[in-house]
Design a binder for this molecule. Structure first.
Ligand code: GDD
Ligand code: MN
Length: 365
């Protein structure tokens, strides 16, 4: 007998979630009786054997699939890849740590089909995480989450009570449509989908209880939060400024600040102008390299030996930038002793060159 194709694909991004695979499959199986489903785990080459745990269950159960991605990182990218590997009419996305309760899925499915919606978002119940030590969201996380939500509402006019939610169900046709516009970095895939959709999506919300993590630890950190701000800016400018360029710009801004503060300090200490600007620029360059490696090119991040060789190529490229920088700054300074203007102009020309050249050499794909 031919098996019937799945009506619902559940996409689960994983990064070191070995201990959660077996329980999550068991709970999906229990929750989804009477529904034709499949689950696609998208694993970013976890070191704890997550994908082996998936394969093991998949050998017994054809509804279980696993994608192993190598040398790629990022929750959003993993989710997009998983959704695009599905042929089912409906796809759901949920975390692999059981913070999202599979028992909510049938209700979401019913809303999506019955109420003729494009997207159903499972929304964390308000005020559920107050105080307790084992709360699902720490007070800091709650505060960040509130801020992110209100920014999304005010800046992008995305009317969702929980636009950061990583638990939702959507028609695959919509995903196919918006996929080319989505960003691979960060955690904000839902917001990205809604903000990138060519038309207003019909959205329903479904409340659920956000549970504490079952095992392992959270990967949401400061960088993920910065990427979120980058996405807001990118969507605000209608994708004319890509997230990476904005990140590079922010890092460049910090480099300019370091450059100027150091220049001021060295000049006050009596150093000659060209030498002071040279030293200040070197310091800014080192800081820019490390920050861009950790933030802007986080997904292509260089480690260990490659961190050193990367700095060599970065430094060589920037060497050209430094010549232009110091040359221009000194020229302006001789013409008129406005040291601030001179320093800024030099740093600006240097950073534009740095962005263009390092993106194709130091962090080439
Ligand atoms: N493939 C892949 N690659 N999976 C990842 C990566 C990655 O780089 N980073 C995290 N994951 C997986 C985790 O293994 C987990 O299954 C899921 O993505 C969520 O990651 P957590 O680290 O558990 O995130 P969280 O619980 O802190 O964040 C949750 O709340 C956020 C809003 O506050 C998630 O639901 C987010 O989606 C949500 O934005
Ligand atoms: Mn989690």
């Amino acid at each position: 007998m031919e098996p019937l194709p799945a009506e619902l694909s559940i996409i689960i991004p994983t990064r070191n979630e070995r201990g959660n695979i077996e329980p999550i499959v068991a709970r999906l199986t229990r929750a989804l009786q009477g529904i034709r489903w499949e689950v696609i785990f998208v694993d970013d080459d976890s070191q704890d054997g997550t994908i082996a745990a998936v394969r093991e269950i998949a050998r017994r159960d054809p509804r279980i699939r696993g994608i192993r991605r190598i040398k790629r990182r990022g929750l959003a990218g993993a989710v997009i890849e998983g959704m695009l590997s599905s042929s089912a009419p409906l796809v759901a996305v949920m975390d692999g740590d059981l913070q999202h309760d599979p028992a909510v899925l049938p209700r979401m499915l019913q809303m999506l089909k019955g109420e003729d919606a494009d997207l159903v978002v499972a929304t964390r119940q308000a005020g559920e995480s107050t105080g307790e030590a084992d709360a699902a969201l720490s007070p800091d996380r709650q505060r960040f989450s509130d801020l992110a939500n209100s920014l999304a509402r005010r800046l992008l006019h995305v009317e969702l009570s929980d636009p950061m939610s990583g638990f939702f169900m959507i028609r695959r046709g919509v995903v196919e449509q918006v996929a080319p516009r989505l960003s691979n970095q960060g955690f904000k895939i839902l917001l990205d989908i809604v903000a990138s959709a060519p038309r207003d999506l019909r959205i329903r919300e479904c409340e659920y209880q956000f549970a504490p993590r079952l095992a392992g630890e959270s990967k949401l950190d400061l960088v993920v939060s910065l990427e979120y701000l980058g996405l807001l800016l990118a969507k605000l400018t209608d994708d004319r400024l890509p997230v990476r360029f904005i990140m590079f710009g922010l890092v460049g801004g910090s480099g300019v600040a370091i450059n100027i503060v150091a220049l001021w300090g060295l000049l006050s200490a009596g150093m000659q102008f060209a030498l002071a600007q040279f030293s200040a620029t070197m310091l800014a360059m080192l800081s820019n390299y490390l920050l861009n490696n950790a933030l802007t090119y986080r997904d292509r991040r260089r480690h260990g030996w490659r961190l050193l060789t990367g700095f060599a190529s970065f430094a060589m490229i920037c060497g050209v930038g430094v010549v232009a920088n110091v040359g221009l700054a000194t020229l302006i300074y001789q013409w008129d002793t406005m040291w601030l203007l001179a320093g800024l102009a030099g740093a600006l020309v240097g950073s534009i060159w740095n962005y263009a050249a390092t993106s194709v050499v130091t962090w080439r794909e």
